[in-house]
Design a protein around this ligand. Structure first.
Ligand SMILES: NC(=O)c1ccc[n+]([C@@H]2O[C@H](COP(=O)([O-])OP(=O)(O)OC[C@H]3O[C@@H](n4cnc5c(N)ncnc54)[C@H](OP(=O)(O)O)[C@@H]3O)[C@@H](O)[C@H]2O)c1
Length: 294
């Protein structure tokens, strides 16, 4: 299968590039488009990239992901997360390619007690969430057979993320205050990449599922609980003092509880909910391998 990936240096994009050549024993031919090859802020760039590569599947792992910055940069966030997503989806549809797009738990307002299902009402609390929700609609309008995977709290050995921030701070400090009333699911970028590749391959072979899917690491945890686990696994003696969100104001409001029901993706595509604690161990091992002195 020829796979075109949008996003080159992002967490999920890097994992896709690493996983594609040997995924499930099949050698996929994958090309990744970074900002240099296809600047998604520039209309027409995505279309040209798809036409040039003639893919069997397109996976969009590019996005405007700076949640707080997006509050003051709404136009750019919308261009990337909504307009460019629609353009990529339309180009994939015209090419007859499978289209997999990534979205977020931040489309929800976090007030539900039960895990969110795909058909639950969305109500984003911040600009990032609103532009990602517009992107979901744009993808499904332009390519009705798209698969849109909502995921959350992405971490990996690549790029910047909460795990790497905690490792850095945990080395330098004895104690940290961390928010304890936002509950969600950390998700290892490599698990997302593998899920996307599995779904792309199944859809290429004619699997019927499409639309919205939830994919999130389990078990649900707070940011403070996640930090405690990171320090435990890394062997860092850094204490975590839990604080409420109200004591840690940010430009963008965050939903408090975004636990996702991940049954649909397993039922339609056989993709099981991953345990983020395994992904955390893999991340720490990869970071050690890359820098044995650390
Ligand atoms: N990170 C999370 O916690 C999280 C949570 C829920 C959902 N998601 C979703 O999961 C997906 C992947 O997230 P991630 O964490 O892998 O993202 P990431 O590491 O922030 O990577 C995003 C990628 O988008 C690229 N990009 C940004 N602007 C671009 C432009 N104008 N043209 C071309 N490429 C551009 C970036 O390129 P540069 O490297 O050149 O900047 C980067 O490679 C996204 O759809 C995101 O919304 C992420």
């Amino acid at each position: 299968m020829r796979i075109l990936i949008f996003g080159e240096n992002g967490q999920v994009a890097r994992c896709l590039i690493e996983e594609a050549p040997a995924h499930e024993g099949v050698g996929h031919e994958a090309a990744a488009m970074g900002r240099g090859a296809a600047d998604l802020e520039s209309p027409g760039a995505a279309t040209a990239a798809v036409e040039g590569f003639a893919p069997d599947a397109v996976i969009n792992a590019a996005a405007y992901t700076a949640v707080d910055k997006a509050e003051d940069d709404k136009a750019a966030a919308h261009r990337l997360n909504a307009a460019a997503t629609g353009e990529i989806a339309a180009a994939a549809n015209a090419a007859g390619a499978v289209f997999i797009h990534l979205s977020t738990d931040y489309v929800f307002d976090g007030t539900a007690d039960a895990p969110y299902r795909e058909d639950d009402a969305v109500n984003p609390l911040n600009v990032y969430g609103a532009t990602k929700q517009a992107g979901e609609d744009a993808a499904l309008d332009a390519h009705p057979d798209s698969v849109v995977i909502r995921t959350s709290w992405v971490f990996s050995e690549h790029g910047g993320n909460f795990v790497k921030t905690m490792l850095r701070l945990g080395e330098a400090r004895d104690a940290l205050t961390i928010v304890d009333d936002q509950i969600g699911g950390p998700t290892y970028a490599r698990d997302i990449a593998r899920a996307a590749l599995t779904i792309a391959a199944k859809k290429r072979r004619g699997a019927p599922g499409n639309g919205l899917y939830h994919f999130q690491g389990a078990p649900a945890v707070s940011w403070a609980g996640f930090a405690e686990k990171i320090f435990e696994v890394a062997g860092l003696a850094c204490a975590v003092a839990p604080i409420p969100t109200t004591d840690y104001p940010t430009p963008a409001q965050r939903p408090l509880r975004t636990v996702l029901d991940c049954a649909r993706i397993e039922r339609d595509f056989g993709v099981a909910q991953p345990d983020w604690r395994l992904g955390l161990r893999q991340t720490l091992t990869a970071l050690k391998d890359a820098d044995p002195q650390a």
